[in-house]
Design a protein around this ligand. Structure first.
Ligand code: GAL
Length: 378
């Protein structure tokens, strides 16, 4: 009787141990549900990763259920990991402000593509993101900035700006000093009538600052950092230098790929060359990726075409770029991080992480149902 009792007790203990034990991953499964340490699908969309003191920190948009879940109802979520497969929930790094608080980052605003870098001079962690004030659609085209002394937060919101007010880029054209014809109906999501330079959107916005939507940050080896964003009604990518404290723009910037409507910029550096991966401009629907290479951050950027191999649908394997992560301590190892958006139920958005492969000065990405360092065949 006693033995039977002990056996039952043991199996209860064993069962409950199994039921609560978090899943341990040892591979990436692009496009599948990805559970965190609490057994909840990771909620960090449009994200980026910062490696700090032996750990990776993943920051991204916290989405909620349904279509309304595309708005910022919660804030920027942070997760940490040592192996990149298994992620611990570190909570909300930057929280939106309550309804009707009148804050720029009030609940219901649009807060997208947050990226965090560390400033070694000030010791602060600096977050930039694309911000659209509540109820104004995508007209604001602002960049928000927040800081924290702790990597996981809480981050304090400082301000939002249109970059580089009062400054022309170093590669300004004569035409930008002239008039700007009225655009009539504005941004239509990926094309504008006529030649971008003759429309002179840059000149139109010179005084008030340039539009900035999809964005990323890049901290270079020399400590300088750059803000890279889709500008001029999304038609043209700007690369702008940040001040020494990373909290504002210096006024030094360049415009690249005019009229190409590049979105979702992801940048990395390898062997002293800079690489960009970007998407076209089709909202939440995926489109064909683009890539480019340059010897310097400010150019000359040369387009390399679609880096995806075997992507017969031309949808970047049904994803949109958000970040390219250099893996610490592994030579030549970079991970493509993309979002597979589900705008009708935003919280269900998936992550497509794939290995980046190099051939001379080009990089390529191929689909894998499942992969890890051991079976990465490059
Ligand atoms: C995408 C962009 C996303 C989000 C979306 C809204 O093109 O990359 O970050 O802004 O449009 O439709």
């Amino acid at each position: 009787m006693r033995i039977k009792y002990i056996l039952i007790l043991n199996s209860i203990i064993l069962f409950s141990a199994c039921a609560t034990k978090p899943i341990m991953y040892d591979s990436f499964k692009p496009g599948e549900i990805w559970l965190d340490n609490n057994g909840v699908h990771v909620n960090a969309h449009g994200g980026g990763i910062l490696f700090d003191d032996g750990r990776y920190y993943w920051f991204g948009e916290h989405k909620t259920e349904g279509e309304n879940g595309n708005f910022a109802n919660v804030g920027v979520h942070c997760y940490s990991s040592r192996d990149l497969y298994n992620w611990t929930d570190e909570g909300i790094a930057l929280a939106v402000m309550p309804d009707s608080s009148g804050s720029d980052i009030e609940k219901g605003c649009i807060l997208e593509r947050p990226k965090v870098i560390k400033n070694n001079k000030t010791g602060q962690y600096v977050m930039w993101f694309h911000l659209e004030p509540k109820g104004k659609g995508y007209k604001g085209a602002l960049s928000g900035v927040a800081v924290s002394d702790n990597i996981t937060g809480p981050y304090t919101y400082i301000k939002s700006v249109r970059p580089n007010a009062g400054h022309f880029p170093f590669n300004v054209l004569d035409i930008h000093y002239g008039d700007s014809p009225s655009l009539g109906q504005r941004f239509d999501g990926g094309s504008l009538p006529g030649n971008i330079d003759t429309l002179n959107i840059l000149g139109r916005d010179m005084k008030g600052g340039q539009m900035a939507r999809d964005m990323t940050l890049f901290a270079d080896d020399d400590g300088k950092a750059y803000h890279i964003y889709s500008s001029e009604e999304n038609s043209t990518l700007h690369i702008a230098e940040l001040s020494d404290d990373y909290l504002s723009h210096t006024g030094k910037y360049g415009r690249f790929f005019p009229g190409r409507f590049m979105e979702a910029p992801a940048i990395f550096k390898r062997n002293n060359k800079y690489y960009l991966m970007m998407s076209g401009c089709t909202g939440w629907a995926p489109n064909q990726a683009r890539s480019a290479v340059s010897d310097g951050i400010f150019g000359e950027w040369k387009e390399l075409g679609d880096p995806c191999i075997g992507d017969s649908m031309h949808t970047t394997f049904h994803s949109q770029s958000t970040f390219i992560l250099p893996v610490q301590g592994k030579k030549e190892t970079y991970i493509y991080m993309g979002d597979r958006w589900t705008p009708q139920n935003a919280i269900d958005g998936r992550y497509v992480w794939l290995p980046v492969r190099f051939e001379e000065d080009r990089f390529f990405i191929e689909w894998k149902d499942q992969w890890n360092w051991e079976n990465r065949d490059n």
